[in-house]
Design a protein around this ligand. Structure first.
Ligand code: NAD
Length: 527
Protein backbone atom coordinates (compact mmCIF):
# COMPACT_ATOMS: atom_id res chain seq x y z
CA UNK A 1 0.00 0.00 0.00
CA UNK A 2 1.44 3.30 -1.03
CA UNK A 3 1.40 5.66 1.87
CA UNK A 4 2.74 9.10 2.46
CA UNK A 5 1.35 12.13 0.91
CA UNK A 6 1.77 11.98 -2.86
CA UNK A 7 0.06 15.25 -3.55
CA UNK A 8 0.92 17.51 -0.66
CA UNK A 9 4.44 18.81 -1.19
CA UNK A 10 5.86 21.20 1.41
CA UNK A 11 4.12 24.55 1.15
CA UNK A 12 0.95 23.02 -0.31
CA UNK A 13 -2.41 24.49 0.74
CA UNK A 14 -3.89 23.23 3.98
CA UNK A 15 -7.34 23.26 5.59
CA UNK A 16 -6.45 26.55 7.30
CA UNK A 17 -5.88 28.17 3.89
CA UNK A 18 -9.31 26.99 2.73
CA UNK A 19 -11.44 27.64 5.80
CA UNK A 20 -10.49 31.14 6.87
CA UNK A 21 -12.33 33.10 9.58
CA UNK A 22 -13.54 35.43 6.82
CA UNK A 23 -15.10 32.54 4.87
CA UNK A 24 -16.82 31.17 7.98
CA UNK A 25 -18.17 34.63 8.84
CA UNK A 26 -19.47 35.10 5.29
CA UNK A 27 -21.13 31.67 5.02
CA UNK A 28 -22.78 31.79 8.46
CA UNK A 29 -24.03 35.38 8.16
CA UNK A 30 -27.71 35.51 9.09
CA UNK A 31 -27.70 32.08 10.82
CA UNK A 32 -29.10 32.34 14.31
CA UNK A 33 -28.11 30.02 17.12
CA UNK A 34 -28.47 29.70 20.82
CA UNK A 35 -25.12 27.96 21.14
CA UNK A 36 -21.95 27.13 19.25
CA UNK A 37 -20.90 23.88 17.65
CA UNK A 38 -17.43 23.08 16.35
CA UNK A 39 -16.43 21.28 13.16
CA UNK A 40 -13.08 19.55 12.50
CA UNK A 41 -11.14 18.36 9.50
CA UNK A 42 -10.57 14.60 9.43
CA UNK A 43 -7.35 15.19 7.47
CA UNK A 44 -5.51 16.33 10.61
CA UNK A 45 -8.15 16.30 13.36
CA UNK A 46 -7.74 20.09 13.79
CA UNK A 47 -10.66 22.42 14.46
CA UNK A 48 -12.14 23.98 11.33
CA UNK A 49 -14.83 26.37 12.47
CA UNK A 50 -17.13 27.58 15.24
CA UNK A 51 -20.67 27.39 13.92
CA UNK A 52 -23.93 28.70 15.35
CA UNK A 53 -25.97 25.88 16.87
CA UNK A 54 -29.70 26.12 16.32
CA UNK A 55 -32.06 25.49 19.19
CA UNK A 56 -35.71 24.46 18.76
CA UNK A 57 -36.74 28.15 18.60
CA UNK A 58 -34.18 28.80 15.82
CA UNK A 59 -35.61 25.88 13.85
CA UNK A 60 -39.14 27.23 14.35
CA UNK A 61 -38.01 30.68 13.18
CA UNK A 62 -36.32 29.21 10.07
CA UNK A 63 -39.55 27.39 9.18
CA UNK A 64 -41.48 30.62 9.78
CA UNK A 65 -39.27 32.52 7.32
CA UNK A 66 -39.48 29.68 4.79
CA UNK A 67 -43.27 29.51 5.12
CA UNK A 68 -43.60 33.23 4.63
CA UNK A 69 -41.52 33.07 1.45
CA UNK A 70 -43.23 30.02 -0.01
CA UNK A 71 -46.32 31.57 -1.65
CA UNK A 72 -44.37 34.20 -3.52
CA UNK A 73 -41.81 31.61 -4.67
CA UNK A 74 -44.55 29.23 -5.88
CA UNK A 75 -46.08 32.13 -7.82
CA UNK A 76 -42.86 32.60 -9.82
CA UNK A 77 -43.42 30.92 -13.22
CA UNK A 78 -41.84 27.46 -13.26
CA UNK A 79 -39.58 28.42 -16.19
CA UNK A 80 -38.08 31.24 -14.12
CA UNK A 81 -37.53 28.91 -11.17
CA UNK A 82 -35.92 26.41 -13.54
CA UNK A 83 -33.67 29.12 -14.98
CA UNK A 84 -32.08 29.50 -11.51
CA UNK A 85 -31.01 25.84 -11.71
CA UNK A 86 -29.57 26.28 -15.19
CA UNK A 87 -27.50 29.27 -14.04
CA UNK A 88 -26.45 27.31 -10.95
CA UNK A 89 -25.16 24.50 -13.18
CA UNK A 90 -22.80 26.89 -14.94
CA UNK A 91 -21.64 28.50 -11.69
CA UNK A 92 -20.89 25.11 -10.10
CA UNK A 93 -18.69 24.09 -13.00
CA UNK A 94 -16.94 27.47 -13.10
CA UNK A 95 -16.34 27.68 -9.34
CA UNK A 96 -15.75 23.97 -8.66
CA UNK A 97 -12.28 24.39 -7.15
CA UNK A 98 -13.78 26.28 -4.18
CA UNK A 99 -16.22 23.53 -3.32
CA UNK A 100 -13.73 20.74 -4.05
CA UNK A 101 -11.45 22.27 -1.39
CA UNK A 102 -14.31 22.51 1.09
CA UNK A 103 -15.52 18.95 0.48
CA UNK A 104 -11.98 17.66 0.90
CA UNK A 105 -11.25 19.47 4.15
CA UNK A 106 -14.64 18.63 5.65
CA UNK A 107 -14.82 14.95 4.63
CA UNK A 108 -11.16 14.03 4.06
CA UNK A 109 -11.98 12.36 0.73
CA UNK A 110 -9.68 12.35 -2.31
CA UNK A 111 -10.25 15.16 -4.81
CA UNK A 112 -11.35 12.79 -7.56
CA UNK A 113 -14.09 11.51 -5.26
CA UNK A 114 -15.07 15.07 -4.34
CA UNK A 115 -15.42 15.73 -8.06
CA UNK A 116 -18.10 13.01 -8.25
CA UNK A 117 -20.23 15.37 -6.17
CA UNK A 118 -19.65 18.25 -8.55
CA UNK A 119 -20.70 16.01 -11.43
CA UNK A 120 -23.81 14.75 -9.63
CA UNK A 121 -24.95 18.26 -8.69
CA UNK A 122 -24.33 19.57 -12.21
CA UNK A 123 -26.31 16.67 -13.71
CA UNK A 124 -29.22 17.22 -11.28
CA UNK A 125 -29.26 21.00 -11.91
CA UNK A 126 -29.30 20.54 -15.67
CA UNK A 127 -31.85 17.74 -15.58
CA UNK A 128 -34.39 19.51 -13.39
CA UNK A 129 -33.55 22.88 -14.93
CA UNK A 130 -34.58 21.55 -18.33
CA UNK A 131 -37.28 19.03 -17.44
CA UNK A 132 -39.07 20.53 -14.42
CA UNK A 133 -41.63 22.46 -16.53
CA UNK A 134 -42.61 19.19 -18.26
CA UNK A 135 -42.70 17.15 -15.02
CA UNK A 136 -44.88 19.79 -13.33
CA UNK A 137 -47.19 20.81 -16.16
CA UNK A 138 -50.96 20.36 -15.70
CA UNK A 139 -52.21 17.15 -17.31
CA UNK A 140 -55.64 16.64 -18.84
CA UNK A 141 -57.50 13.38 -18.11
CA UNK A 142 -60.63 11.73 -19.46
CA UNK A 143 -63.57 12.86 -17.31
CA UNK A 144 -66.42 10.76 -15.98
CA UNK A 145 -68.49 11.87 -18.99
CA UNK A 146 -65.91 12.61 -21.69
CA UNK A 147 -66.08 16.20 -23.05
CA UNK A 148 -68.83 17.07 -20.53
CA UNK A 149 -66.41 16.66 -17.64
CA UNK A 150 -63.11 18.47 -18.16
CA UNK A 151 -60.43 17.16 -15.80
CA UNK A 152 -57.01 18.58 -15.09
CA UNK A 153 -54.40 17.21 -12.70
CA UNK A 154 -52.30 19.93 -11.10
CA UNK A 155 -49.09 19.52 -9.15
CA UNK A 156 -49.09 21.71 -6.05
CA UNK A 157 -45.93 22.22 -3.99
CA UNK A 158 -46.14 20.64 -0.54
CA UNK A 159 -45.08 23.85 1.21
CA UNK A 160 -41.92 23.79 3.31
CA UNK A 161 -39.74 20.71 2.84
CA UNK A 162 -37.51 19.68 5.74
CA UNK A 163 -34.28 18.12 4.55
CA UNK A 164 -31.84 16.18 6.77
CA UNK A 165 -28.58 15.13 5.14
CA UNK A 166 -25.43 13.21 6.13
CA UNK A 167 -21.72 14.05 5.95
CA UNK A 168 -20.54 11.62 3.30
CA UNK A 169 -21.62 13.49 0.13
CA UNK A 170 -22.28 16.92 1.65
CA UNK A 171 -22.62 18.85 -1.63
CA UNK A 172 -24.71 16.33 -3.57
CA UNK A 173 -26.93 15.27 -0.66
CA UNK A 174 -27.71 18.85 0.38
CA UNK A 175 -28.12 20.98 -2.73
CA UNK A 176 -28.46 18.13 -5.26
CA UNK A 177 -31.51 16.84 -3.40
CA UNK A 178 -32.89 20.31 -2.62
CA UNK A 179 -33.02 21.40 -6.28
CA UNK A 180 -36.11 19.40 -7.31
CA UNK A 181 -37.96 20.51 -4.16
CA UNK A 182 -37.16 24.15 -4.87
CA UNK A 183 -38.00 24.11 -8.56
CA UNK A 184 -41.35 22.48 -7.70
CA UNK A 185 -42.26 25.65 -5.77
CA UNK A 186 -41.41 24.58 -2.23
CA UNK A 187 -39.18 26.37 0.17
CA UNK A 188 -36.66 24.19 2.02
CA UNK A 189 -35.13 24.07 5.49
CA UNK A 190 -31.98 21.93 5.46
CA UNK A 191 -30.14 20.42 8.40
CA UNK A 192 -26.78 19.29 7.07
CA UNK A 193 -24.40 17.30 9.24
CA UNK A 194 -22.47 19.79 11.38
CA UNK A 195 -19.09 18.37 10.33
CA UNK A 196 -19.84 19.21 6.70
CA UNK A 197 -22.01 22.29 7.13
CA UNK A 198 -19.67 24.69 5.33
CA UNK A 199 -20.06 22.80 2.05
CA UNK A 200 -23.85 23.04 2.32
CA UNK A 201 -23.68 26.73 3.27
CA UNK A 202 -21.39 27.39 0.28
CA UNK A 203 -23.93 25.65 -1.98
CA UNK A 204 -26.68 27.90 -0.62
CA UNK A 205 -24.60 30.99 -1.24
CA UNK A 206 -23.96 29.95 -4.84
CA UNK A 207 -27.63 29.15 -5.47
CA UNK A 208 -28.54 32.63 -4.21
CA UNK A 209 -25.96 34.03 -6.61
CA UNK A 210 -27.73 32.07 -9.37
CA UNK A 211 -30.96 33.92 -8.53
CA UNK A 212 -32.65 32.02 -5.68
CA UNK A 213 -34.32 34.45 -3.25
CA UNK A 214 -32.42 34.00 0.03
CA UNK A 215 -35.42 33.19 2.30
CA UNK A 216 -36.42 30.31 0.02
CA UNK A 217 -33.62 28.03 1.31
CA UNK A 218 -32.98 28.12 5.07
CA UNK A 219 -30.26 26.26 6.99
CA UNK A 220 -30.26 25.06 10.60
CA UNK A 221 -27.25 23.47 12.28
CA UNK A 222 -26.72 21.35 15.35
CA UNK A 223 -26.90 17.94 16.96
CA UNK A 224 -28.88 15.42 14.91
CA UNK A 225 -30.99 14.01 17.77
CA UNK A 226 -32.01 17.57 18.79
CA UNK A 227 -32.30 19.56 15.56
CA UNK A 228 -33.40 16.62 13.35
CA UNK A 229 -36.66 15.91 15.22
CA UNK A 230 -37.37 19.67 15.33
CA UNK A 231 -37.12 19.74 11.52
CA UNK A 232 -39.49 16.76 11.27
CA UNK A 233 -41.90 18.51 13.68
CA UNK A 234 -42.35 21.51 11.36
CA UNK A 235 -41.98 20.14 7.83
CA UNK A 236 -44.77 19.57 5.30
CA UNK A 237 -42.62 16.80 3.83
CA UNK A 238 -39.34 15.29 5.02
CA UNK A 239 -36.44 14.32 2.77
CA UNK A 240 -33.99 12.26 4.81
CA UNK A 241 -30.68 10.69 3.84
CA UNK A 242 -28.73 8.77 6.45
CA UNK A 243 -28.65 5.53 8.38
CA UNK A 244 -31.50 3.03 8.48
CA UNK A 245 -31.69 3.38 12.28
CA UNK A 246 -32.25 7.16 12.16
CA UNK A 247 -34.47 6.78 9.10
CA UNK A 248 -36.93 4.68 11.10
CA UNK A 249 -37.14 7.43 13.75
CA UNK A 250 -37.71 10.07 11.09
CA UNK A 251 -40.44 7.92 9.50
CA UNK A 252 -42.18 7.54 12.87
CA UNK A 253 -42.08 11.31 13.42
CA UNK A 254 -43.45 12.00 9.95
CA UNK A 255 -46.16 9.34 10.30
CA UNK A 256 -47.33 10.82 13.63
CA UNK A 257 -47.86 14.16 11.86
CA UNK A 258 -49.31 12.55 8.70
CA UNK A 259 -46.71 14.16 6.47
CA UNK A 260 -44.91 12.23 3.76
CA UNK A 261 -41.23 11.41 3.74
CA UNK A 262 -38.57 9.93 1.53
CA UNK A 263 -35.78 7.92 3.14
CA UNK A 264 -32.47 7.22 1.42
CA UNK A 265 -30.78 4.78 3.80
CA UNK A 266 -27.99 2.26 4.12
CA UNK A 267 -26.91 -0.69 2.01
CA UNK A 268 -24.77 -3.83 1.89
CA UNK A 269 -24.30 -3.76 -1.84
CA UNK A 270 -23.22 -6.78 -3.90
CA UNK A 271 -21.15 -7.01 -7.06
CA UNK A 272 -21.36 -10.16 -9.18
CA UNK A 273 -18.50 -11.13 -11.49
CA UNK A 274 -19.88 -13.72 -13.92
CA UNK A 275 -17.85 -16.46 -15.64
CA UNK A 276 -17.63 -14.45 -18.89
CA UNK A 277 -16.57 -11.13 -17.31
CA UNK A 278 -13.52 -9.21 -18.46
CA UNK A 279 -11.64 -9.72 -15.18
CA UNK A 280 -9.24 -6.82 -15.74
CA UNK A 281 -12.12 -4.37 -16.21
CA UNK A 282 -14.05 -5.95 -13.34
CA UNK A 283 -11.03 -5.59 -11.03
CA UNK A 284 -10.64 -1.91 -11.95
CA UNK A 285 -14.40 -1.43 -11.49
CA UNK A 286 -14.29 -3.13 -8.09
CA UNK A 287 -11.61 -0.68 -6.90
CA UNK A 288 -13.88 2.22 -7.88
CA UNK A 289 -16.93 0.48 -6.43
CA UNK A 290 -15.40 -0.45 -3.08
CA UNK A 291 -13.06 2.43 -2.26
CA UNK A 292 -14.56 5.66 -3.61
CA UNK A 293 -14.81 8.11 -0.71
CA UNK A 294 -13.03 5.42 1.35
CA UNK A 295 -16.14 3.25 1.05
CA UNK A 296 -18.27 5.87 2.81
CA UNK A 297 -20.78 5.83 0.02
CA UNK A 298 -24.24 4.35 0.44
CA UNK A 299 -24.06 2.63 -2.95
CA UNK A 300 -20.50 1.32 -2.60
CA UNK A 301 -19.74 -2.38 -2.87
CA UNK A 302 -19.09 -4.36 0.32
CA UNK A 303 -19.80 -7.91 -0.98
CA UNK A 304 -18.04 -9.31 -4.03
CA UNK A 305 -19.37 -12.58 -5.51
CA UNK A 306 -17.07 -14.09 -8.15
CA UNK A 307 -17.70 -17.13 -10.36
CA UNK A 308 -15.29 -19.89 -9.30
CA UNK A 309 -13.87 -20.23 -12.85
CA UNK A 310 -12.51 -16.65 -12.81
CA UNK A 311 -12.11 -16.12 -9.08
CA UNK A 312 -8.34 -16.68 -8.86
CA UNK A 313 -7.61 -14.41 -11.84
CA UNK A 314 -9.98 -11.73 -10.59
CA UNK A 315 -8.72 -11.77 -6.99
CA UNK A 316 -5.09 -11.54 -8.12
CA UNK A 317 -5.80 -8.46 -10.25
CA UNK A 318 -8.13 -6.83 -7.72
CA UNK A 319 -5.69 -7.28 -4.84
CA UNK A 320 -2.79 -5.98 -6.95
CA UNK A 321 -4.75 -2.86 -7.91
CA UNK A 322 -5.86 -2.30 -4.33
CA UNK A 323 -2.30 -2.67 -3.04
CA UNK A 324 -1.10 -0.05 -5.55
CA UNK A 325 -3.58 2.60 -4.35
CA UNK A 326 -2.04 5.85 -3.15
CA UNK A 327 -3.48 7.28 0.05
CA UNK A 328 -3.09 11.00 0.56
CA UNK A 329 -4.25 14.17 2.22
CA UNK A 330 -3.39 16.73 -0.44
CA UNK A 331 -5.88 19.31 -1.73
CA UNK A 332 -5.09 18.35 -5.32
CA UNK A 333 -5.70 15.43 -7.67
CA UNK A 334 -3.40 12.43 -7.37
CA UNK A 335 -4.47 10.40 -4.35
CA UNK A 336 -6.61 7.30 -4.96
CA UNK A 337 -8.22 7.38 -1.55
CA UNK A 338 -8.54 9.77 1.36
CA UNK A 339 -9.48 9.57 4.99
CA UNK A 340 -12.40 8.23 6.95
CA UNK A 341 -14.56 11.02 8.28
CA UNK A 342 -14.70 10.37 12.01
CA UNK A 343 -13.42 8.34 14.93
CA UNK A 344 -16.77 6.53 14.91
CA UNK A 345 -16.19 5.37 11.33
CA UNK A 346 -12.63 4.28 12.12
CA UNK A 347 -13.87 2.35 15.16
CA UNK A 348 -16.52 0.48 13.08
CA UNK A 349 -14.07 -0.38 10.31
CA UNK A 350 -11.40 -1.58 12.77
CA UNK A 351 -13.95 -3.61 14.75
CA UNK A 352 -15.41 -5.30 11.65
CA UNK A 353 -11.98 -6.30 10.33
CA UNK A 354 -10.53 -7.41 13.69
CA UNK A 355 -13.60 -9.47 14.54
CA UNK A 356 -13.60 -11.16 11.11
CA UNK A 357 -9.90 -12.01 11.43
CA UNK A 358 -10.37 -13.33 14.97
CA UNK A 359 -13.12 -15.64 13.68
CA UNK A 360 -11.02 -16.98 10.79
CA UNK A 361 -11.24 -14.56 7.86
CA UNK A 362 -8.11 -13.78 5.84
CA UNK A 363 -6.87 -10.29 4.98
CA UNK A 364 -5.74 -10.37 1.33
CA UNK A 365 -4.53 -6.78 1.50
CA UNK A 366 -4.93 -3.81 3.85
CA UNK A 367 -6.42 -4.35 7.28
CA UNK A 368 -4.58 -1.60 9.17
CA UNK A 369 -5.18 1.98 10.26
CA UNK A 370 -2.62 4.44 8.88
CA UNK A 371 -2.05 7.18 11.47
CA UNK A 372 1.23 7.95 9.68
CA UNK A 373 -0.85 9.52 6.89
CA UNK A 374 -3.66 11.03 8.93
CA UNK A 375 -5.43 10.24 12.22
CA UNK A 376 -8.44 8.61 10.55
CA UNK A 377 -6.85 6.83 7.58
CA UNK A 378 -7.47 3.11 7.08
CA UNK A 379 -6.06 0.96 4.30
CA UNK A 380 -8.33 -0.31 1.53
CA UNK A 381 -8.99 -3.85 2.68
CA UNK A 382 -9.95 -7.08 0.93
CA UNK A 383 -11.15 -10.00 3.06
CA UNK A 384 -11.71 -13.65 2.18
CA UNK A 385 -13.25 -16.43 4.25
CA UNK A 386 -15.94 -14.18 5.73
CA UNK A 387 -18.90 -16.11 7.16
CA UNK A 388 -22.33 -15.42 8.57
CA UNK A 389 -21.66 -14.75 12.25
CA UNK A 390 -19.08 -12.05 11.46
CA UNK A 391 -20.49 -8.50 11.60
CA UNK A 392 -18.78 -7.56 8.33
CA UNK A 393 -20.77 -10.26 6.54
CA UNK A 394 -24.19 -8.65 6.97
CA UNK A 395 -23.83 -5.21 8.59
CA UNK A 396 -23.02 -2.07 6.65
CA UNK A 397 -19.36 -1.21 7.39
CA UNK A 398 -19.43 2.08 5.48
CA UNK A 399 -15.68 1.96 5.03
CA UNK A 400 -12.98 0.67 2.66
CA UNK A 401 -13.60 -3.02 3.39
CA UNK A 402 -14.91 -5.64 0.98
CA UNK A 403 -15.39 -9.39 1.37
CA UNK A 404 -14.83 -11.77 -1.56
CA UNK A 405 -16.98 -14.88 -1.94
CA UNK A 406 -17.02 -17.52 -4.71
CA UNK A 407 -20.13 -18.97 -6.40
CA UNK A 408 -20.83 -21.92 -8.71
CA UNK A 409 -23.83 -20.81 -10.75
CA UNK A 410 -25.95 -17.73 -11.30
CA UNK A 411 -28.92 -18.95 -9.25
CA UNK A 412 -26.60 -19.29 -6.26
CA UNK A 413 -25.13 -15.82 -6.93
CA UNK A 414 -28.59 -14.22 -7.10
CA UNK A 415 -29.67 -15.96 -3.89
CA UNK A 416 -26.52 -14.81 -2.06
CA UNK A 417 -26.77 -11.24 -3.34
CA UNK A 418 -30.42 -11.03 -2.29
CA UNK A 419 -29.82 -12.52 1.17
CA UNK A 420 -29.87 -9.14 2.94
CA UNK A 421 -32.60 -6.91 4.32
CA UNK A 422 -31.05 -4.03 2.37
CA UNK A 423 -31.71 -3.37 -1.33
CA UNK A 424 -29.92 -0.26 -2.49
CA UNK A 425 -27.44 -0.91 -5.30
CA UNK A 426 -25.87 -3.87 -7.11
CA UNK A 427 -23.39 -4.45 -9.91
CA UNK A 428 -23.04 -7.23 -12.50
CA UNK A 429 -19.99 -7.82 -14.71
CA UNK A 430 -20.25 -9.86 -17.92
CA UNK A 431 -19.25 -9.60 -21.58
CA UNK A 432 -22.87 -10.38 -22.49
CA UNK A 433 -24.98 -7.26 -21.95
CA UNK A 434 -28.24 -9.14 -22.42
CA UNK A 435 -27.26 -11.70 -19.76
CA UNK A 436 -26.24 -8.89 -17.42
CA UNK A 437 -29.52 -7.02 -17.82
CA UNK A 438 -31.57 -10.22 -17.34
CA UNK A 439 -29.66 -11.05 -14.17
CA UNK A 440 -30.06 -7.45 -12.95
CA UNK A 441 -33.83 -7.82 -13.02
CA UNK A 442 -33.56 -10.74 -10.56
CA UNK A 443 -31.66 -8.68 -7.99
CA UNK A 444 -33.57 -6.93 -5.22
CA UNK A 445 -31.92 -3.52 -5.43
CA UNK A 446 -33.17 -0.08 -6.43
CA UNK A 447 -30.30 0.35 -8.91
CA UNK A 448 -28.26 -2.27 -10.74
CA UNK A 449 -25.24 -1.36 -12.85
CA UNK A 450 -23.98 -3.67 -15.58
CA UNK A 451 -20.20 -3.34 -16.13
CA UNK A 452 -19.98 -0.37 -13.77
CA UNK A 453 -20.24 -0.25 -9.99
CA UNK A 454 -22.61 2.63 -9.24
CA UNK A 455 -21.90 5.70 -11.34
CA UNK A 456 -23.84 4.60 -14.44
CA UNK A 457 -27.17 4.38 -12.63
CA UNK A 458 -26.57 7.24 -10.20
CA UNK A 459 -25.45 9.62 -12.92
CA UNK A 460 -28.49 8.89 -15.09
CA UNK A 461 -30.64 11.57 -13.47
CA UNK A 462 -33.74 10.83 -15.53
CA UNK A 463 -33.97 7.40 -13.87
CA UNK A 464 -35.09 6.80 -10.29
CA UNK A 465 -32.52 6.01 -7.58
CA UNK A 466 -33.33 4.67 -4.15
CA UNK A 467 -33.64 1.65 -1.97
CA UNK A 468 -35.84 -1.41 -1.55
CA UNK A 469 -36.37 -3.03 1.87
CA UNK A 470 -34.31 -1.51 4.69
CA UNK A 471 -32.56 0.80 2.21
CA UNK A 472 -35.42 3.24 2.15
CA UNK A 473 -38.67 4.65 0.91
CA UNK A 474 -39.18 6.75 -2.20
CA UNK A 475 -36.71 7.73 -4.89
CA UNK A 476 -34.54 10.64 -5.93
CA UNK A 477 -33.99 11.57 -9.61
CA UNK A 478 -36.42 11.35 -12.53
CA UNK A 479 -40.12 12.06 -12.23
CA UNK A 480 -40.40 10.41 -8.80
CA UNK A 481 -37.58 12.60 -7.49
CA UNK A 482 -39.54 15.79 -8.16
CA UNK A 483 -43.18 14.70 -7.95
CA UNK A 484 -42.64 13.50 -4.37
CA UNK A 485 -42.24 17.17 -3.48
CA UNK A 486 -45.72 17.91 -4.83
CA UNK A 487 -49.28 16.93 -4.07
CA UNK A 488 -51.54 16.05 -6.94
CA UNK A 489 -54.74 18.05 -7.18
CA UNK A 490 -57.59 17.05 -9.46
CA UNK A 491 -59.75 19.87 -10.81
CA UNK A 492 -62.90 18.59 -12.55
CA UNK A 493 -65.26 21.00 -14.28
CA UNK A 494 -68.74 19.72 -15.16
CA UNK A 495 -70.24 21.22 -18.32
CA UNK A 496 -73.73 21.32 -19.96
CA UNK A 497 -75.48 18.78 -17.71
CA UNK A 498 -74.99 17.83 -14.06
CA UNK A 499 -74.19 14.31 -12.89
CA UNK A 500 -77.73 13.88 -11.61
CA UNK A 501 -81.24 13.54 -13.03
CA UNK A 502 -81.87 16.67 -15.09
CA UNK A 503 -83.99 18.11 -17.91
CA UNK A 504 -87.07 16.68 -16.12
CA UNK A 505 -85.77 13.05 -16.06
CA UNK A 506 -87.01 10.69 -13.38
CA UNK A 507 -84.46 8.87 -11.31
CA UNK A 508 -85.25 5.71 -13.30
CA UNK A 509 -84.73 7.44 -16.66
CA UNK A 510 -81.48 8.90 -15.42
CA UNK A 511 -80.26 5.45 -14.31
CA UNK A 512 -81.19 4.04 -17.76
CA UNK A 513 -79.46 6.95 -19.49
CA UNK A 514 -76.27 6.40 -17.49
CA UNK A 515 -76.35 2.63 -18.13
CA UNK A 516 -76.66 3.29 -21.91
CA UNK A 517 -73.89 5.85 -21.68
CA UNK A 518 -71.53 3.40 -19.94
CA UNK A 519 -72.21 0.79 -22.64
CA UNK A 520 -71.64 3.36 -25.39
CA UNK A 521 -68.39 4.52 -23.80
CA UNK A 522 -67.21 0.93 -23.71
CA UNK A 523 -68.18 0.38 -27.38
CA UNK A 524 -66.34 3.56 -28.37
CA UNK A 525 -63.38 2.50 -26.17
CA UNK A 526 -63.61 5.78 -24.32
CA UNK A 527 -63.65 3.94 -21.02
P1 NAD B 1 -27.10 9.30 10.50
O1 NAD B 1 -28.42 8.66 10.35
O2 NAD B 1 -26.38 9.16 11.78
O3 NAD B 1 -27.22 10.89 10.25
C1 NAD B 1 -27.83 11.42 9.09
C2 NAD B 1 -28.39 12.79 9.42
O4 NAD B 1 -29.43 12.63 10.37
C3 NAD B 1 -27.38 13.75 10.05
O5 NAD B 1 -27.62 15.06 9.58
C4 NAD B 1 -27.69 13.64 11.53
O6 NAD B 1 -27.31 14.78 12.25
C5 NAD B 1 -29.20 13.48 11.49
N1 NAD B 1 -29.78 12.84 12.69
C6 NAD B 1 -29.16 12.11 13.64
N2 NAD B 1 -30.05 11.70 14.56
C7 NAD B 1 -31.25 12.16 14.17
C8 NAD B 1 -32.57 12.02 14.69
N3 NAD B 1 -32.83 11.34 15.80
N4 NAD B 1 -33.59 12.59 14.00
C9 NAD B 1 -33.36 13.25 12.86
N5 NAD B 1 -32.13 13.43 12.33
C10 NAD B 1 -31.09 12.88 12.97
O7 NAD B 1 -26.22 8.79 9.28
P2 NAD B 1 -24.69 9.13 8.96
O8 NAD B 1 -23.83 8.23 9.77
O9 NAD B 1 -24.47 10.58 9.04
O10 NAD B 1 -24.62 8.73 7.42
C11 NAD B 1 -24.23 7.48 7.00
C12 NAD B 1 -25.44 6.63 6.63
O11 NAD B 1 -26.17 7.29 5.60
C13 NAD B 1 -25.05 5.29 6.07
O12 NAD B 1 -25.88 4.29 6.60
C14 NAD B 1 -25.29 5.45 4.58
O13 NAD B 1 -25.54 4.25 3.89
C15 NAD B 1 -26.45 6.37 4.55
N6 NAD B 1 -26.55 7.09 3.27
C16 NAD B 1 -27.54 6.73 2.39
C17 NAD B 1 -27.62 7.35 1.15
C18 NAD B 1 -28.68 6.96 0.13
O14 NAD B 1 -28.86 7.67 -0.84
N7 NAD B 1 -29.38 5.84 0.32
C19 NAD B 1 -26.70 8.34 0.81
C20 NAD B 1 -25.71 8.66 1.73
C21 NAD B 1 -25.66 8.04 2.97
Amino acid sequence: MEGGNPVAPPGARTAADVVTPALVARLTRGLTGSGTTVSHTPLTGRKLADLPESGPEDVAAAFGRARQAQRAWAAVPVRERAAVLLRFHDLVLARQSEVLDLIQVETGKARLHAHEEVQAVAVAARHYGRKAPAYLRPRGHTGVVPTLTKVTELRQPRGVVGQISPWNYPFELSVGDALPALVAGNTVVTKPDTETALTALWARELLIEAGLPAPVWQMVLGEGPVVGPAVVAHADYVSFTGSTRTGREVAEGAAARLVGCSLELGGKNAMLVLHDADVEKAAAGAVRGCFSSAGQLCISIERLYVHESVADAFVERFVARTRAMRLGTGLAYGADMGSLVSGRQLETVTRHVEEAVAKGATVLTGGRPRPDIGPLFYEPTVLEGVEAPMAVCAEETFGPVVSVYRFRDEDEAVALANATPYGLNASVWTRDGRRGRALAARLRAGTVNVNEAYAAAYGSAQSPMGGMGDSGLGRRHGSEGILKYTESQTVAQQRVMPLAPSFGMTDEKYAEFMTRSLRALKALRLR
